[in-house]
Design a protein around this ligand. Structure first.
Ligand code: FAD
Length: 471
């Protein structure tokens, strides 16, 4: 057994996402004590957030409690806390929950704090254009989407009714495409029989992107195929259009010829970009590591920080070899850094550098329609890609119970026309505006009105970074 003094080696893992969870699980049966600190109590499967937002799945199905997942792993303690200070000199992590501060010492630190929605410097957009990064976001969007149809049903002014029945999705990457496809399915398959005054098939769904293609990272062929499938679903694809304004009644876009166009819409979804957690900057400042344009901290080939072999940064918040911000990178790095640590503690020779094994990527467009790229050669679209998507997502969901109910809900939505999770609450709809008025930041997001400065100087710096993180 490897002992440090009279105690076991202490590992602190920040984040219960893909990187944090896979690192922690890999340390099962190792002679270390792991403390996982996360600002959420669950492990969130972000790739299916859009299905929570559009009423297919419940939040519990994609975000099981971390505590439950790790209940049989005796060497792990799970703490709720928003980490606002990492002190590399004294080897401590300070987190707070409900005003109470906890200082946790470590021997090895694994930081897997992910990324937040980026508004590319236009943080004011967040008030009227929620991103899709958390359960809060997904439930709020569910409230906004289903609520828009309810208000359209009540509306007597045809112009305002049209605004309610117009949905704009900003960002034509996988998340934007998936949201557009699902809103179209709602409007055309799920809702038509439920309303009396409106014909939900008249819904306008507009997918906007500053680039000139959808799903650009999937390559020309799949991108063109996806654009065609979206058009068949009735989605208007506006490419080469940059969003320059968002307010409560719509957005303004500008094209390459500087032509401004106003789109009146009461529901706007922001699926355009991400920025690394502000903890990446905190690490960079203390280690001299560089930050890239997305705010990600550049790590060494073994995922450690320069001069700090005891500190690892993994997943969406780190930059290495231009690896993409996808779940597989975070999972593989989580396992890798755990192995590096185990080898060190057992006195074995160091592992080689981290190499990402790209298993491919996929995006659904609607039921039975998807695109998938596997390796450098294999490209699928349509039903086969959708089947692949289905199998892989079921396999990666955590827990048998969740897999079972997810498959059941998919059958209800994809074979039938129903949506099992259409419940929305008033608080989901008003919380963003209320938090904004109170000057309280959404988790991980900057708040313009925020004036409260946390106690320590580093905390203040992290908070300040958080406020300017999309700048
Ligand atoms: C809508 C959406 C769809 C996606 N679809 C796909 C897909 O189809 N395929 C794919 O491969 N990838 C997809 N991704 C990307 C994928 O989810 C991420 O790459 C992956 O989650 C990164 O893992 P991570 O561990 O780095 O960060 P995350 O999974 O984001 O986890 C970060 C963790 O850190 C915690 N945290 C953050 N800050 C703090 C703090 N200050 N204190 C304490 N805890 C903190 C968070 O609560 C969270 O638990 C998608 C992402 C989104 C948002």
């Amino acid at each position: 057994m490897t002992m440090i003094g009279s105690r076991r080696h202490r590992v602190v893992v920040i984040g219960s996402g893909f990187g944090g969870l896979f690192a922690t699980k890999r340390l099962n049966h190792s002679d270390v004590d792991v403390t996982m600190i996360s600002r959420t109590t669950s492990h969130l499967f972000q790739p299916l957030l859009y299905q929570v937002a559009t009423g297919i799945l419940s939040e519990g199905e994609i975000a099981p409690p971390t505590r439950e997942i790790l209940r049989r792993q005796d060497n792990v303690r799970v703490l709720l806390g928003d980490v606002h200070d990492i002190d590399l000199a004294h080897k401590t992590v300070t987190s707070s929950a409900a005003g109470a501060e906890t200082v946790t010492p470590y021997d090895t630190l694994i930081v897997a704090a992910g990324a937040t929605t980026s508004y590319f410097g236009n943080d004011a957009f967040q008030l009227n254009a929620p991103g899709l990064k958390s359960i809060d976001d997904a439930l709020e969007l569910r409230g906004r989407i289903f609520g828009a149809f309810e208000l359209a049903e009540l509306e007597t002014d045809p112009e305002v009714r049209t605004e309610y029945m117009t949905f704009v999705i900003v960002g034509a990457g996988a998340t934007g495409v998936e949201m557009a496809g699902q809103i179209s399915e709602l409007a055309h398959r799920t809702l038509p029989q439920d309303f009396r005054n409106i014909d939900t098939r008249q819904t306008r769904i507009i997918l906007v992107d500053a680039m000139d293609s959808v799903l650009t990272s999937f390559g020309t062929k799949l991108s063109a195929g996806a654009a065609k499938q979206l058009k068949e679903l009735g989605v208007e694809v506006w490419l080469g259009e940059k969003v320059v304004d968002v307010d409560e009644r719509g957005i303004t876009v500008v094209d390459g010829a500087d032509q401004r166009t106003r789109i009146a819409a009461r529901t706007v979804v922001w699926a355009a970009g991400v920025h690394a957690s502000s903890l990446a900057r905190a690490l960079a400042e203390q280690t001299g590591a560089e930050l890239d344009r997305g705010g990600r901290v550049k790590v060494l080939p073994d995922c450690t920080l320069p001069g700090h072999p005891d500190v690892f940064a993994i997943g969406d918040m780190m930059s290495l070899n231009d690896y993409p911000g996808v779940a597989q990178v975070a999972m593989q790095q989580g396992k890798y850094v755990a192995d590096v640590l185990i080898d060190r503690l057992r006195g074995r020779a160091p592992k080689g550098p981290f190499h990402y094994f790209d298993k491919g990527s996929m995006a659904t467009i609607s039921r039975f329609q998807a695109v998938a790229s596997v390796g450098s050669r294999l490209r699928f679209s349509g039903f086969i890609a959708w089947l692949l998507w289905l199998v892989i997502h079921v396999l990666y969901l955590v827990g048998f119970k969740n897999r079972l109910t997810t498959v059941l809900h998919w059958a209800i939505s994809f074979v039938g026309r129903g949506r099992s999770q259409r419940t929305t609450t008033h608080q989901q709809l008003v919380a963003r505006a209320a938090l904004h008025q109170l000057g309280v930041a959404q988790l991980g997001m900057p708040s313009e009105g925020r004036t409260d400065a946390p106690a320590t100087s580093t905390s203040a710096r992290v908070e300040a970074d958080r406020r300017s993180s999309t700048g």
